[in-house]
Design a protein around this ligand. Structure first.
Ligand code: BES
Ligand code: MN
Ligand code: MN
Length: 449
């Protein structure tokens, strides 16, 4: 099958990890990966977890050579609002040189780039590889990698490696290879304000009790000050400051000026924390965001009620030095202190993923930088990422190994959003990149055991 057709077949699985009714599709998608990896002669397996399967695979053993573990996630985000897609999310379509489908940039395209890169390299090397290659492909990244830590702890031996390749981060432009040396972490929390035991007539009770929607609005508004800083006591404790060398480097990243970011986001102007550029805020400052909010009557016309409850879903992005569980506690304390006695608060602490930062000058990163320079005829850009990938700190903590974050997600790839896409050319370029990368990593001298 043609390489593009294989990608298309992979994209057809609606492997949405967040929605229970897609659990079978997630499983089928994992099995498809096992078949593909087995066809390369890899020892591949789908391991069931409490939730969605983890696929592992291991190539031929090449003694004395480094071992690379390639990570990716084959689960995808939900598709809504589905009406805003110009083509079906799981029926890939090519328009103007880009392939449109849910998951193509996050993260199925990148998974295929590496699988096909390995396949090509094996053909060139007469059926073998210049280094040891393993894969770990999970189906729960978009819901916080719930089963991964336990799995890593149980399979430490099989997964032992010298370096991990994670292609699940941003790329500045199709001709500008990008390596990320850091990720922000996440701490999530759901806040539910409970008022009267049922919705009440707002004329019969209004004025005498607290309205949960009003209380929620006040609580949320109290989270930021006028300077765009998070106004939760202790929030910034320990947060490592942005380095001056980073600030000067980030001032000149193509496509990341304040005006560029405003244009990408579709807003008139940025609103940043005072004293920081948009790029600095995204790459290296902690935030608190409301991801969803709801209360009361949402239907046609009006309905005079005091809603019985109101909720908000909140996530904070964290930078190195911040601890997610502590941030959740600080938020809980903040909200409980401000809420009036007329309501009760329910606080559900949700996913945690730690921030990550690594040394971009280790031998594997240098080898990766050479490979990218060769493939794209220009030196890679080094940055930090605003997004989060839970697996990366778990690899560090449990396997003791750093990750090379080499992403192919373009700024206009619309990941998590309608009309997700990847240029077809970038897909093919990625396959070349994967081969150059593996060749280059194979030449890194291992320290004598
Ligand atoms: N691949 C993204 C993260 C990403 C995208 C990092 C682009 C850098 C650039 C990943 O799939 C993702 O969406 N992660 C979630 C994690 C969350 C569910 C814990 C995120 O960042 O919101
Ligand atoms: Mn991803
Ligand atoms: Mn994602």
């Amino acid at each position: 099958m043609k390489q593009l057709d294989q990608l298309t077949a992979f994209l057809r699985f609606p492997s949405i990890s967040a929605q229970k009714h897609h659990a079978e599709d997630v499983k089928d998608c994992a099995n498809w990966l096992v078949d593909k990896l087995s066809s390369l002669g890899f020892k591949a397996q789908s391991h069931s977890t409490g939730l969605h399967p983890i696929v592992t695979a291991e190539g031929p053993h090449i003694p004395g050579k480094p071992t690379v573990l390639i990570y990716g996630h084959y689960d995808v985000q939900p598709v809504d609002p589905v009406d805003e897609w110009l083509s079906e999310p799981f029926d890939p379509e090519i328009r103007d040189g880009k392939i449109y489908a849910r998951g193509v940039s996050d993260d199925k395209g990148e998974i295929m780039v590496h699988i096909l890169g390995v396949e090509e390299l094996m053909k060139q090397e007469g059926g073998t590889l210049p280094l040891n290659v393993k894969f770990i492909l999970e189906g729960e990244e978009e819901i916080g990698s719930v089963s991964l830590a336990h799995f890593l702890a149980q399979h430490r031996q099989e997964l032992s490696c010298d370096i991990i390749v994670v292609s699940d981060t941003g790329m500045i432009a199709p001709n500008l290879p990008t390596i990320s040396r850091g990720l922000r972490g996440v701490a999530g929390l759901e806040l539910i304000v409970h008022g009267p035991s049922a919705d009440l007539h707002s004329g019969l009770f209004g004025g005498a009790i607290a309205n949960p929607a009003t209380v929620l609005a006040r609580l949320l508004a109290s989270c930021h000050d006028a300077q765009g800083r998070v106004a939760v006591e202790g929030f910034y404790d320990g947060a490592s400051p942005v380095q001056n060398w980073e600030r000067s480097m980030w001032a000149n990243i193509p496509g990341m000026s304040n005006a560029d970011i405003a244009k990408l986001a579709g807003v008139q102007a940025l609103m940043t924390e005072d004293g920081y550029s948009g790029a600095e805020c995204i790459y290296a400052r902690p935030t608190l965001e409301i991801n969803g909010i709801g209360s009361g009557y949402q239907g046609e016309g009006s309905k005079t009620i005091i809603p019985s409850t109101a909720f908000a879903k909140i996530t904070c992005r964290l930078v190195p030095g911040q601890d997610g569980a502590r941030i959740q506690d600080l938020l809980e304390k903040h909200f409980r202190k401000l809420a009036p006695a007329s309501v009760t608060l329910e606080i559900k602490k949700q996913h945690l993923s730690a921030p990550y930062l690594c040394d971009p000058n280790n031998p594997f990163s240098q080898a990766a930088q050479r490979a990218l320079t060769e493939t794209f005829s220009t030196q890679p850009i080094l940055l930090r990422e605003g997004g989060s990938i839970g697996s990366v700190t778990e690899f560090k903590d449990i396997l003791g190994v750093d990750s090379l974050l080499i992403g192919l997600c373009l700024p206009d790839a619309h990941i998590h959003s309608p009309n997700e896409n990847m240029p077809v050319d970038l897909f093919y370029k990625g396959i070349e990149m994967s081969q150059a990368l593996l060749r280059s990593l194979s030449q890194v001298e291992l320290p004598q055991a």
